[in-house]
Design a protein around this ligand. Structure first.
Ligand code: NAP
Length: 319
């Protein structure tokens, strides 16, 4: 019988980044039977972050170090974590949400969506073809392959400027190309880049094409958006940091989203379906940092606990 294969939990959390791990910690400490279903390994974007120096109370830590500390702490309080778990479908219905995965079917009284986001693509010719052959979205993972090479970083946010700085540890030069004439990165991150002798900045420029010689990138075709001039820009690699898209495909037509696909929530992290909460980068939020994700997760779990208790109270009253 199918029901025998269903694993029952009070709270199921999808995603094991800082939002999911904090939610797991708070849910387990609230005595809820809780599981985190993670598509790879816990940590989320922290696993691709070299330096974290704005998590209050921690002067400096690497992304993977703080991710591991969060994971161990969450497990210590009894939250289960299932790694490399691929979810195929969710069915949302009051008090018994079903999450279908390659590790079986999970049933939750409350569901917390903490699926985060993934790197946005430029969608230009050559990007897919040379991905892993000079096109990268992760400086921490791939930077060391570019010793004494000429690199280009695309974007003007915290990621582009910070990772551009990081890449100068390996590269002979790093050119940050941005589509307008001002970065949106935090001022302190910008100042470091402007002071770095290996970094050049090219403003008002977009990439039209990534060119290669079958095995590796050899350059870009770029366009100045002010003069409309198109020219070749030789380089050995390109790191693309043009933002993040939320992982919300599973919830299309099931939960309300904004125009960018992020889940709509109120200040209690409640989504448009009762008993379903969202936390971290996956939801509409003006700041996407480990600390805000963790705060979202702790709040989502606390509200989920309150919700489950109210479900039980209403059952008792009905008897
Ligand atoms: P982001 O802040 O959304 O910035 C994306 C950048 O890419 C923007 O400068 C944007 O240009 C540009 N861009 C977008 N689409 C483009 C396209 N098709 N072609 C060319 N350029 C394009 O993304 P992010 O830097 O990945 O950061 C994501 C979130 O993580 C942010 O909230 C950020 O604060 C946070 N974060 C924080 C830290 C830290 O605190 N140390 C580190 C990394 C990330 P416009 O400026 O013109 O829009």
């Amino acid at each position: 019988m199918m029901s025998e294969n269903i694993k029952d939990y009070d709270i199921v959390i999808i995603g094991g980044g800082p939002a999911g791990l904090a939610a797991g910690l708070y849910a387990a400490r609230g005595n809820m039977k809780t599981v985190i279903l993670e598509k790879l390994i816990p940590g989320g974007q922290l696993n691709n972050t070299l330096d974290v120096e704005n998590y209050p109370g921690i002067d400096h830590v690497t992304g993977p170090q703080i991710a591991q500390a969060m994971e161990e702490q969450t497990k210590r309080f009894g939250c289960e974590i299932v790694n490399t778990c691929t979810i195929s479908e969710v069915e949302l219905s009051k008090g018994r949400h079903l999450i279908k995965s390659d590790r079986g079917i999970y049933r939750a009284q409350a569901l917390i969506v903490a699926t985060g986001s993934e790197y946005r693509k430029l969608n230009v010719p050559g990007e897919k073809e040379y991905s892993g052959k000079g096109v990268s979205y992760c400086a921490v993972c791939d930077g060391a392959f570019f010793k004494e090479k000429k690199l280009v970083v695309i974007g003007g946010g915290d990621s582009a400027v910070e990772e551009g700085n990081f890449l100068t540890k390996f590269a002979s030069s790093v050119t940050i190309m941005h589509r307008r004439d001002k970065f949106r990165a935090e001022k302190i991150i910008q100042d470091r880049a402007f002071k770095n002798p290996k970094i050049n900045v090219i403003w008002n420029t977009v990439v039209n094409e990534i060119k290669g010689d079958v095995m590796s990138v050899v350059g870009l075709k770029v366009k100045d958006v002010v003069t409309n001039e198109v020219r070749d820009f030789p380089c050995d690699g390109i790191f693309i940091y043009v933002g993040l898209d939320p992982n919300t495909q599973l919830f299309k037509d099931k939960l309300k989203m904004d125009s960018t696909g992020r889940l709509e929530t109120n200040e209690r992290m409640e989504t448009s379906v009762s008993g379903v909460y969202a936390a971290g980068d996956v939801r509409e939020t003006p700041l996407k940092q480990a600390v805000t994700a963790a705060a979202d997760g702790s709040l989502a779990a606390t509200m989920a606990i309150e919700y489950i208790e109210s479900l039980h109270d209403s059952i008792v009253k009905a008897k």
